[in-house]
Design a protein around this ligand. Structure first.
Ligand code: URA
Length: 436
């Protein structure tokens, strides 16, 4: 099969067979197909779209381009979750131990911060000693012994996706539903979990800006899962304002710990209970959302979820002294409240702007490989719907640089909008998408 014929077929609106897609992916990862042909192929997909079957075939071709983990030997059912990325999204830090403490193994490969969006591994690495980059053998061993492991993606997992994503990034072909869905699902499928809950974020601080786009992506990923015999559900959740209050690595870690101690922000806890609840249902630990919620609250209030968190962090080399006493986590040189410039109801806190400001402070990275500052970030003292008096703290900035502190103050004040009238807080969750 010649690459040029496969490109031409897609260009002319044809439907590619599984064999054609597989041969293109194989040729690409073996460097037989050059980047310029792969870039042209991506653009034909961007312009012509892909059928459901083509998207499933592309997902499997990318998943099979490297190692496919088989977790059956470890446990009959391992669950995973994946967020499409957002601001203040520290969900994995609380959800993974909550779920694992009910006896359901959680094995997960996570990512790092990029642009406005945070990354779970950076948050975990604010704990001194925590090892995010472990081998596949270590991943499997920890899943067996602790029932919980979260680490970086190994290089041999879906390598075709990594190579194609780098090309998409520079050829304006990222924002294409079949390419996004197959990219995410290929990695999830290769990492072996048999049940996956997708947290698809929608709004200002998300990849998907509208509910329609987010629903289409969620439905496509759920269908891909169904097509390859994985149980997949998607939770459509709001990302117009940051999730919880903290944005920044150590700050978010501390907020997740507060939540496991039973005194985290209510919106964050509710979101965690929804995502974890769906994981329990898929994992056969609960029949419905109500039963799942009761099981999870019991795990939380009994201290079992916190104990599982400690076990997990310790298994990956993290210093438990910092877990038990978060004042030992990285601390910024300057911690400064920003007073509300007026009285009123908070009408909006632009999640994208907050994420970009946290990045400016050093919490995130503008490009892959940049270092991050674990200490810096922002804590919101008011969220949408709250009434604030003039001069009361609106937010707190944690900074390591005076110039950046001044810039951040200006940007964050501009990111907040106000109303004289009471404002309804946005829903946390819009919809649960399932096909079972
Ligand atoms: N996340 C991914 O892993 N892939 C995409 O294409 C977009 C977001």
């Amino acid at each position: 099969m010649r690459a040029v014929d496969i490109i031409a077929k897609k260009r002319d609106g044809g439907e590619l067979s599984a064999a054609e897609i597989d041969s293109f992916i194989q040729g690409f990862i073996q460097d037989e197909i050059p980047d310029y042909q792969a870039a042209a192929w991506l653009m034909t997909i961007y312009l012509q779209g892909m059928s459901r079957q083509e998207t499933i075939d592309l997902t499997m071709a990318m998943a099979c381009s490297g190692q496919m983990l088989d977790l059956d030997e470890i446990a009959p059912l391992v669950v995973d979750k994946h967020s499409t990325g957002g601001v203040g999204d520290k969900t994995t830090l609380a959800v993974a131990p909550l779920v694992a403490s009910t006896g359901l193994p959680v094995g997960k490969m996570s990512g790092r911060a990029l642009s406005f969006s945070g990354g779970t591994l950076d948050k975990l690495e604010s704990i001194p000693g925590f090892q995010a980059d472990i081998t596949t053998a270590e991943f499997l061993a920890q899943l067996r012994t602790a029932g919980l492991v979260v680490c970086g993606q190994t290089a041999d997992l879906a390598p075709a996706d990594g190579k194609l994503y780098a090309l998409r990034d520079v050829t304006a072909t990222v924002s294409c539903l079949p390419l996004i869905a197959s990219s995410i699902m290929s990695k999830k499928i290769a990492s072996g979990a048999s049940a996956i809950v997708l947290d698809v974020k929608v709004g200002r601080g998300a990849f998907m800006k509208t509910k329609e786009e987010a629903t289409a992506l969620a439905c496509l990923m759920v269908e891909i899962g169904q097509g390859v015999d994985r149980q997949v559900r998607a939770v459509l959740s709001d990302m117009n304002q940051p999730l919880g209050r903290a944005v920044g690595n150590a700050l978010e870690l501390k907020e997740a710990l507060d939540t496991l101690h039973g005194h985290g922000p209510q919106d964050f806890l509710e979101h965690c209970l929804s995502v974890a609840g769906q994981m329990l249902i898929l994992g056969g630990k609960a029949h419905d959302a109500e039963e799942a919620r009761a099981t999870l609250l019991e795990a939380l209030h009994s201290g079992r979820a916190l104990a599982k968190f400690r076990e997990w962090i310790s298994a990956q080399g993290g210093d438990l002294a910092a877990v038990d006493d978060p004042s030992r986590l990285p601390q910024a040189a300057v911690v400064q409240d920003v007073p509300a410039p007026r009285a009123g109801y908070v009408a909006g806190v632009d999640a994208m702007e907050v994420g970009l400001t946290a990045m400016l402070l050093g919490a995130g990275r503008a490009k892959k490989g940049d270092p991050v500052d674990h200490a810096v970030g922002v804590v919101l003292r008011a969220k949408v719907g709250d009434y604030v008096k003039r001069g009361e703290p609106l937010l707190t900035i944690h900074a390591n640089n005076g110039h950046k502190l001044a810039q951040a103050t200006e940007r964050l004040l501009a990111a907040c909008t106000w109303s004289e009238e009471p404002v309804q807080a946005p829903p946390l969750l819009y919809e649960i998408i399932q096909r079972d």
